[in-house]
Design a protein around this ligand. Structure first.
Ligand SMILES: Cc1cc2nc3c(=O)[nH]c(=O)nc-3n(C[C@H](O)[C@H](O)[C@H](O)COP(=O)(O)OP(=O)(O)OC[C@H]3O[C@@H](n4cnc5c(N)ncnc54)[C@H](O)[C@@H]3O)c2cc1C
Length: 575
């Protein structure tokens, strides 16, 4: 089936919906989403959204920018971080005016709480900067923005999965190809401009906070089409996932006063981060947990430690962290008001992704060359505001600030440009891929390959890496890719064929894994979330630069581009 729109947005999370809201009344826009919009992962975000409103104590967007740059271990593009911190304030008010029910202070302003790495006066002390709606901030953002989409009559194509991106021979984007999951039918969307807002890829790791569907589709499709992926080696592990399950217990637990304790009951963060303690940035807290475990102070000598909320007033737990309290009761059979909670770090957030400029335009090389008509925003993009380590609450603000910018720029673009002809047989590749899986005899099974991949990524490209492991991992991935070429699906049906959907997703994960492994092996230093046992120091002389990974016919090629420095000189990080 053929459709024609001015703008097509792939992804109905916070980034995609914020962009759609900018375009809706002025041009015809479609939002394509493989999930029903309100099931997007943005809806699972708990803790909050950062903006230097200063509602609780003095704050300043420059301090927010500084924290973001330092938190990212200086691999942050400072022009982008400035946009993020400055525009966060207005973007949060924008959400408020759309009707988002934030928690309130006694005098009726948006309430704010502490989060890791957010400080006052360039690192002096923690500051309350995270605006929140209990521990359901993302849910409220998603509902608010989806309602805006309905109100402005956006054309939603729900449960339609993008399979391919349409580019002309001279690299202009002309649309996307998708599959309706309900019917198996292939749809071609012809457009002047496309925004990729397909979210993260945490499912490349075994223990993760990410939903089943976060398989990096947009990143992998762009990568297959010859576009680079930036800084894929920088992947964040969140300190507090429920032990073994990986389900997230938001940093808001510590923002509200929760404490991490080892087997001796010690508040061990005193040793690693004397100023910010449990609210140090995530890379530091996750590593500290791991070191405690390694030195035998995990609980009962095992590989977890405790999150302690028992000293908090019970009403704080019940009213400000209600969903988290519920998770602990449901999944662990524990009462967070009385019991210590077993936690371990969990794979959480990809700092890397599709390179863009601050308008959301996709960049194809180290010379900032723009690909006309193609945009990216949200977790699948890398503008780079998070550098080598994202601060908590800085993703939701990234979605609304850069989703809004991308949407506005797209509107201008569709006004100024004519629609370009599509390539011949635009759906050829997508049809061929689907046919291959349906027709293969299937002596290999995608589910097995996915599990093996997740285990290998967790053990060899997780929180601690080294050259030998990464080289071995490259071999494992290559082998899994070979096996994947023999995969067939057992369900040959057309209606809601999740066997087919998950097989296609596994193919995306293999691409993502390869980009991570190759980029991580090359980066011979430790910076932010990327930690190499064999290169334990940060190396600004050789590695203060962004990785760009390209898929080529012979494998993978790496190129590099400089970091946009500015106001803040790289320094040693102390908290
Ligand atoms: C449990 C959890 C808690 C978090 N808490 C916070 C927090 O408190 N504060 C914070 O700042 N950040 C938080 N984060 C991070 C933040 O929520 C995410 O980074 C962010 O929501 C991603 O938004 P997005 O719009 O980029 O993508 P998502 O919200 O993940 O949406 C992706 C969209 O893309 C669509 N899609 C994907 N692939 C395809 C395809 N092939 N075809 C069509 N559509 C496709 C999906 O249907 C979906 O609509 C949290 C993350 C998790 C997992």
């Amino acid at each position: 089936m053929y459709h024609r729109f001015d703008a097509v947005i792939v992804g109905a999370g916070g980034a995609g919906l914020m962009a759609a809201a900018q375009i809706a009344d002025n041009a015809n826009v479609a939002v394509i989403s493989k999930l029903y919009p309100s099931r997007s992962h943005t809806g699972a975000a708990q803790g909050g959204i950062a903006a230097a409103l200063g509602n609780q104590e003095e704050d300043n967007w420059v301090w927010h920018m500084f924290d973001t740059v330092k938190g990212g271990d200086y691999l942050v593009d400072q022009d982008a971080a400035e946009v993020l911190a400055r525009e966060a304030i207005d973007a949060v008010y924008d959400l408020e005016h759309m009707g988002l029910p934030f928690n309130r202070t006694e005098d009726g302003r948006i309430d704010q709480r502490r989060f890791g790495g957010h400080t006052r006066n360039f690192g002096e002390a923690a500051v309350r900067r995270s605006c929140y709606a209990a521990d359901r901030t993302g849910h409220m953002i998603l509902q608010t923005l989806y309602q805006q989409g309905i109100k402005h009559q956006v054309s939603f194509f729900n449960e339609v999965m993008m399979l391919d991106l349409l580019l002309t021979d001279d690299y202009v984007c002309t649309g996307v190809v998708g599959m309706d999951i309900l019917t198996g039918e292939i749809h071609v969307f012809h457009a002047k401009a496309v925004l990729l807002a397909t979210g993260g890829f945490g499912k490349v790791f075994k223990v993760t906070s990410n939903a089943l569907t976060l398989t990096g589709d947009g990143c992998a499709i762009a990568f297959r089409r010859g576009l680079p992926l930036e800084d894929m080696e920088c992947y964040q592990f969140h300190p507090t996932g429920i032990y073994k399950l990986g389900i997230l217990l938001s940093e808001a637990c510590r923002g509200e006063g929760g404490i991490l304790r080892n087997d001796l009951g010690e508040r061990f963060m005193e040793r690693y981060s004397p100023t910010l303690l449990d609210l140090a940035p995530r890379d530091i807290v996750s590593r500290s947990i791991y070191l405690e475990i390694q030195e035998g102070r995990g609980i009962g000598g095992k590989d977890y430690i405790h999150l302690d909320l028992t000293h908090l007033p019970p009403e704080t737990v019940e009213t400000k962290l209600p969903d988290i309290a519920d998770f602990v009761r449901t999944y662990m059979g524990l009462d967070p008001v009385k019991d210590l909670i077993p936690i371990q770090p969990t794979a959480h957030y990809g700092m890397g992704g599709i390179p863009t400029d601050v308008e959301g335009r996709v960049i194809v090389d180290e010379h900032k060359t723009v690909l006309p008509g193609l945009y990216a925003a949200g977790e699948c993009a890398c503008v780079s505001v998070h550098g080598a380590n994202r601060l908590g609450t800085n993703s939701l603000v990234d979605l609304v600030v850069f989703g809004r910018r991308a949407g506005r720029h797209m509107l201008q673009f569709v006004r100024e440009n004519d629609i370009q002809p599509m390539p011949q047989e635009p759906d050829f590749r997508a049809r061929a891929e689907v046919a291959r899986f349906l027709e293969n005899d299937g002596h290999e099974n995608a589910a097995d390959i996915r599990v093996e991949l997740q285990e290998a990524m967790m053990s060899k490209a997780g929180m601690f890496r080294n050259g030998d492991d990464l080289m071995e991992l490259e071999g494992i991935i290559e082998d899994l890719r070979n096996r994947f070429s023999h995969v067939g699906v057992r369900d040959k049906g057309k209606t809601f064929n999740m066997d087919l959907v998950e097989t296609i997703e596994t193919g995306f994960l293999l691409d993502i894994a390869q980009a991570i492994a190759v980029s991580a092996l090359a980066r011979e230093e430790s910076r932010g979330a990327h930690v190499r046992d064999d290169f334990p120091e940060r190396d600004d002389v050789n590695w203060l630069k962004h990785t760009l990974a390209y898929r080529t016919s012979g494998g993978l090629q790496l190129r590099y581009k400089p970091v946009a420095l500015g106001r803040f000189e790289p320094k040693e990080r102390k908290y």
